[in-house]
Design a protein around this ligand. Sequence first.
Ligand code: NG6
Ligand code: CA
Length: 518
Amino acid sequence: MPQHHLRCFLFSCLTLLASTLFAQDKPNVIVIMADDLGYGDVSCYGATELETPNIDRLAAEGQRFTSGYCSASTCTPTRYSMLTGNYAFRAKRTGIAPPSAPAIIKPGVVTVASLLQKAGYETAVIGKWHLGLGKEATKSDPGGPDWNGELNPGPLEIGFDHCFLLPTTNDRVPQVYVEDHRVLNLDPKDPLWVGKKKPSEDHPTGITHRSSLKMDWSHGHNSTIHNGISRIGFYTGGHAARFRDEDLADKWVEKSNEFMEANKDNPFFLFFSSHDIHVPRIPHERFQGKTDLGFRGDAIIQLDWCVGEIMKTLDRLKLTDKTLVVFCSDNGPVLDDGYVDGAIEKIGKHRAGGPFTGGKYSIYEGGTRTPFITRWPTRIKPGVSDEMVCTIDLPSSLAALAGQKVDDKDCVDSHNVIDALLGKPGASGRDHLVQQDNGTTGSYGLRMGDWKLQRHGKKRARNVVVEAKLANTTVDEFQLFNLAKDPGEKENVLKENPEVAKKMKAKLNQIIADGRSR
Ligand code: NG6
Ligand code: CA
């Protein structure tokens, strides 16, 4: 072999070796996203009426953030932003998705999953999706999910190698699992039909068969009945494919264990998308009655169990030291979200939003400030961080961790806060964050340092805590709060601080108008 060929050959070998070593150096990443879990719902964030030992252990071994946020106070927009790194208010139809919504994130859009996939990770989402499946509607085709055929596009078209899903959210039809592009266990002789209108005069619903329900509804949620619970939307067929609500958490853990085991020798990214503690709250029988808070509290215990099982699997596979775990929520708490499950009656001393006002659907802090924990034993020194971080920052931050460059045109609101997430001394989080609700009211929050500006599109604030209950109130269009002195956003100090208010109003307008904030 001529000498320069030999040199070339040796150089290629070294590069290959280096990239293999580097790939092994990349930590696994698990994002555990809870559903509707409030700041005060777990014991390491101050809950006293129940105990969450596994989530507490995660916090004790990692960083617990006191200013950890999701970007919206409902599910679909937070999940859209967590994956794409773009504020949901910039895109149409990113509000709560109906059962038959087409895929909201279009194929090829850069996501946290595609960035990590490009960095050599095996990627999976397991659990609740609620970001639509299937094609866009056209004149001749209604679009949306083809339940009996290919459910495409979906997660596999935006960077996930595998998915095992609850397609929407469990108070919406249908109660089936979707694995990759298909409904699991579907019998072609019993096709699945999903629609908005009652399929026949005698189709049993939550209205016609109310007395047969195992959990009554309080608003909405009165269409097709499955497993004794009436839902939003109608469906028929697909009986062999239907699951029991009680078994969801076990299934997410089972599938996650399979995925981690299969990928124990290569870097993986797992988005563990829990359905707990969203309604209908139907924890497995073994968790029912575990708390005095009713099924809402019991569902928190079930969520904590899931976290414990994932940690056990990491320990067993000797992956704990090689894995960054991020624990977060998709929006703040709600008590009655459509079913009569005792959440209000049994609340007692429990404060789901911790010291904050507002919850799900709200731009008060309680709507988006949620538990947020990072753990990676070999890299993160245990502690508590007051730095501001948000689920929308995961694409840029995790890309940086995996050595991937994020193009300027992508993830336009995702800040690289990886050093803050890893708890590095002196590292800062974001200096501003826009908080949105479901995106339908024109209401926004803007936090900058200790200041919080609220802009209420319709001068109505939803789900504000009054005497531990969540209620709607009428508010001024603009309000300003000093969170350092008044974390509960009780005293509007806008009149006393006109300059701060002016600056923040301008900043909010600018972030919206610029189309980007990174
Ligand atoms: C609301 C539902 C609520 C819940 C929410 C979505 C009614 C009256 N309310 O429209 O029960 O399903 O949508 O929650 O139907 S989320 O966490 O998935 O965003
Ligand atoms: Ca939610």
